[in-house]
Each structure stands twice: as structure tokens, then as C-alpha cells.
Design a protein around this ligand. Sequence first.
Ligand code: SAM
Length: 244
Amino acid sequence: VINLFLVPTPIGNLKDITLRALEVLKTVDVILAEDTRTTGMLLKHLEISNNLQSYHIFNEHKAVEKLVERMKKGEVFALVSDAGTPGISDPGFLLVREVLAAGLDVQCLPGPTAFVPALVNSGLPNDRFVFEGFLPHKKGRKTRIDALIEESRTMIFYESPHRLIKTLEQLSEAFGPDRQACVSRELTKLHEENVRGSLEELIEYYETNLLKGEIVLTVEGVSVKKETREEKQARYLKSGKSGK
Ligand code: SAM
């Protein structure tokens, strides 16, 4: 049996809810919500009435213990966040960890999450990528960026509109202004926009275009250029070895 379901909810377009999500939200004993008002409105729209209980980062540690006890007694829960997949830059990880540690079982349903469409829309390589979530606002921010200077995989960041330019500037300083990137804004919503270009071009664009809404920033990794035969030979010759 599953004791805890993690149920992704729309990141904008309310049609992005799966049939299975509806079924789980209807049948669990309790829906744990990051914000009961936001989730209450969604449930109303979906015509689902079920027990709602608040679950957010401010009470996470305390709440987890009690919830695990209730699961042991047989109650089945669904966790939802305000938007997207719970646990992805949202509360959930701690609960999953403790539920598993108690020998109970969890299941995350597949569904909306902002970083997947952003990555695919970007047109940047997506065979390998790293999800960086939100950069720290102050302390540790530069260290985190500097640690990515040699990252060759495509990088994904969550960002707020008022910090975007600063982030683009800091990344441009660390990675160089020519690095390709994409700003995905308001995904799945009426005014969805994916702006692709170099970091420098994106800075220019957003300095003159009013910026609001939700944002995912995708940045190309450093290119690990493959050596040509000639370059390889030259390198061997220089080092005094034979060039084969
Ligand atoms: N759990 C969510 C998920 O699975 O993507 C992420 C929650 S996090 C608190 C909110 C951030 O996700 C926003 O600041 C933005 O970076 C990103 N995001 C959420 N919805 C988005 C959308 N419709 N378009 C672009 N970015 C979005």
C-alpha cells in the first residue's frame, strides 16, 4: 500500500491535471497542502471536496512526526504544493525521507513541473542537465555560481523576475557574455514566452522589456571542445611524444 502520494498540480494552465491526479485527490483520506486557500480554489475548480490540512515549511519538522504516526495507523495522504511537483523547490523532501525511514511507502505521480518544459523549449542540449533550483539570495551566491564555471551540462535555475537581470549579469561575468541561454516565462499560461540568446543579448532584452511573472532560466554548459586530429598531433609533438 501507498501511504503518501505526491501529486503534481498545474503551473498555470488548469487543464494540466492528470486523470490519475484527480483520482488520488478524490480517494485519499487527507490532502496536505502548502497553502490551503490556493489548493482549496483548485479543488473547487476540479469539483473535488476532500479534507484539507496545511503543510508548509514553517511547520515541516513538527508536522512530519505526527503525520508518520497517522500513516502507521492507516490514514492515506496526498501532498500537493501551490504549483508543480511537490518536493521540487517546494516542501516535501523531509516528509518523503521520514515516511520511507519509517518503513512506509510513497509514490510521486508524474505531472507538471516548470523545469522540464523550460529545458526542452530552450533548444539547449538536454541529454544531460543539472537542476540548480533557486540561487541563494545573498550568502553563498557567488560560491555557487563559481562552482558552475566548469559545468558542461545544461544548467537550470528558478528565478524571480526582480532578480533576473542581476543573475544574468553575474552569470555573464562568470561564464562569459556569449554563453547561450533561455528565459522561459509564464509557462503554460496565456503569455508564455521563451526568449533565447546569449547572456548578453538577454540582458539587453530584459533591460528594456518589462519583466514580471514566473521564470525559469536555462543556461548552456561550457563547451568541451573536441580536439581535432591536427591539434592532437601538435600537442604530442610539443610534448616530445609521437602523434598517434
Ligand atoms: N514545484 C514547482 C515545480 O515543480 O516546478 C516549483 C515551485 S517554486 C516555489 C516556484 C518557481 O518555479 C518560480 O519562481 C519559477 O521559477 C518556477 N515556475 C513555476 N511555475 C512557472 C511557470 N508557469 N513558468 C515559469 N516558471 C515557473
